[in-house]
Design a protein. Structure first.
Length: 558
């Protein structure tokens, strides 16, 4: 007798559930389908961004695999927004909240439809952690599939990408390139479907999820438009059925050791600062005790090896061509950096998966040897001090400056700070501060890629420190510190900083401080009032429920 693999959909059995079955018959279910586990295929397909424009076809492939394996699959959709399109506008405030909208909507469908398993397919920065948060809440067997990286653009024989356009704006403002040259960059940087090509947030999180064990081996590196990506989706549909057969749930895979593997891979690849925010939120949801201090502990012992953009010269497709993230993980496992006994969505351990993987291609220089790293330790650093008692995050890959001290130039909006940069009011040595843009204060903790890229384009990337209680894109590089916590909206010390106060950033000592006494801060606090929180709609709900960035900016109750 065939084992009944239904977990939740058994509730549709019996006379009283005839109306429920009638609804499902209208979408194509047969008598035989009601005996099979119902598998949801959560698709983030959308025409609003190249990251997700191709995911409709990927979802169909995953559905086919799940059906052939023995499931009764159904595709449903959730939202996506484009950080690249919203960057530098008020729309950027919706980016991080979209992570929670995605998670809420997938959880809602899985729960309301009594699904037995789910395959989630995400293709942009917030899709990935949103899908994983939903998987953690839903507690049914699940597999995540990354939509894949975009191929690099090309201009005059040189590979370029979205960040090239942002930096081009700074060069244009500086008088270094013409209108026509900027237009050529704009028209050449994004050639088709897929997420931004460097080791930016989407590729970072895809790599982290593969290391976490929640996607199939090779998932992170396969280009969006490759045949291999389509085949992987079919395999993911089959894999989730295998998890049902074996009784393997996300909580069995997403363990403390698995998160340590994910952080290790992010450090080695030089990933986005957003990885800290998202991994904290995912760990919180699945019930794993993970803090910002854990990132520094791993950072101290893990080298940075990847010569990938934004601080290097290669893109994700280049890494794919020399073996991919799985080959990097094979090397790390052999050198003792990963926990090989962690379970994965294949039903096998990480070590068992990697035993079948080829080594990195000989002679390649995308990933440097362990004895010749870009840095002997990781490039993502958590800083603390009287300016950020709960922590702040810096990405120091490619940054030669480890100590910066200068006067604060304080702005309460990104728009005001941008005007100052474009008007050449920000000088070398300054510490440019953008506050009231944290999770509550933004609301939504917008990214500052636009202004950070302008500074790089104007030659100030390592001459001006940029500090914020908001976030930075994975495409950001330069002397930047984000996630300053507590944020200004709740009265964190950054709210009390004044124009001209001396600020010190020291990445070697992992410190960030302002030369203001406790007595003076107490005086300033007496006259400080919190700005009114946003009240309406998605942003209002988010502002009133979101936690501190040092906890992952989660909206779940504690």
């Amino acid at each position: 007798m065939t084992k009944d693999l239904r977990i939740n959909s058994k509730i549709f059995d019996g006379v009283t559930k005839a109306p429920n079955r009638g609804m499902l018959r209208a979408v194509g279910f047969t008598d035989e389908d009601f005996k099979k586990p119902m598998v949801g295929i959560a698709s983030t397909w959308s025409e609003v961004t190249p990251c997700n424009i191709h995911i409709k076809d990927l979802a169909e492939s995953a559905k086919s695999g799940a059906r052939e394996a023995g499931g009764a699959p159904m595709i449903f959709n959730t939202i996506t927004v484009s950080d690249g399109i919203s960057m530098g506008t008020d729309g950027m405030r919706y980016s991080l909240p979209s992570r929670d909208v995605i998670a809420d909507s997938i959880e809602t469908v899985v729960g309301a439809e009594s699904l037995d398993a789910v395959v989630t397919i995400g293709g942009c920065d917030k899709n990935i952690p949103g899908c994983l948060i939903a998987i953690s809440r839903s507690d049914v067997p699940a597999v995540f599939v990354y939509g894949g990286t975009i191929r690099p653009g090309n201009l005059d024989g040189e590979n370029i990408d979205l960040v090239s356009i942002f930096e081009g704006v700074g060069k244009h403002n500086n008088g270094d390139i013409t209108d026509e040259e900027l237009k050529r960059i704009e028209c050449s940087a994004c050639p088709g479907a897929g997420s931004c090509g460097g080791m930016y947030t989407a590729n970072t999180m895809a790599s982290a999820v593969e290391a976490l064990g929640m996607s199939l081996p090779g998932n992170a590196s396969k280009p969006a438009t490759s045949k291999a990506k389509m085949e992987e989706c079919d395999a993911a549909g089959r894999a989730v059925y295998n998890l049902l057969e074996k009784g393997i749930y996300p909580k069995d895979i997403m363990t403390r050791e698995a998160f340590e593997n994910a952080i290790t891979v992010v450090m080695v690849l030089g990933g986005s600062t957003n990885a800290i925010l998202h991994l904290l939120s995912m760990a919180h949801t699945i019930g794993v005790d993970l803090t910002m201090d854990d990132f520094n502990e791993i950072q101290a012992r893990v080298p940075h090896l990847a010569d990938l953009k934004p601080s290097g010269k290669y893109v994700m497709e280049d890494l794919y061509n020399v073996g991919g993230v799985e080959a990097v993980m094979k090397m790390l496992l052999e050198e003792g950096y990963l926990h090989g006994d962690c379970l994965t969505v294949t039903g096998k351990t990480l070590a068992e998966n990697l035993a079948e993987v080829d080594h990195l291609e000989e002679g390649q220089d995308v990933i440097l040897p362990l004895d010749q790293p870009k840095r002997k330790d990781g490039p993502l650093i958590v800083l603390k001090g009287n300016l950020a008692p709960s922590g702040a995050v810096a990405k120091v890959s490619g940054v030669k400056v480890s100590h910066h001290e200068g006067p604060a130039r304080v702005y309460n909006t990104e728009a005001e700070a941008t005007e100052a940069v474009l008007a050449d009011e920000i000088k070398a040595g300054d510490v440019l501060v953008i506050r009231h843009v944290g999770p509550k204060g933004g609301p939504g903790m917008p990214e500052m890629l636009s202004i950070s890229s302008m500074l790089v384009g104007k030659g100030l990337g390592e001459k001006v420190a940029l500090l914020t209680d908001g976030r930075f894109s994975g495409g950001t590089h330069g002397l930047v510190v984000g996630h300053i916590a507590p944020e200004a909206q709740v009265g964190g010390p950054i709210a009390l900083l004044q124009e001209g106060d001396m600020v010190t950033i020291d990445s070697d000592k992992q410190e960030i401080s302002m030369a203001v006494s406790e007595e003076e801060l107490a005086k300033r606090r007496e006259g400080w009032e919190a700005p009114e929180l946003h009240k309406r709609g998605v942003l209002g709900k988010y502002a009133h429920n979101v936690s501190c960035s040092s906890l992952g900016a989660v909206t779940d109750n504690f």
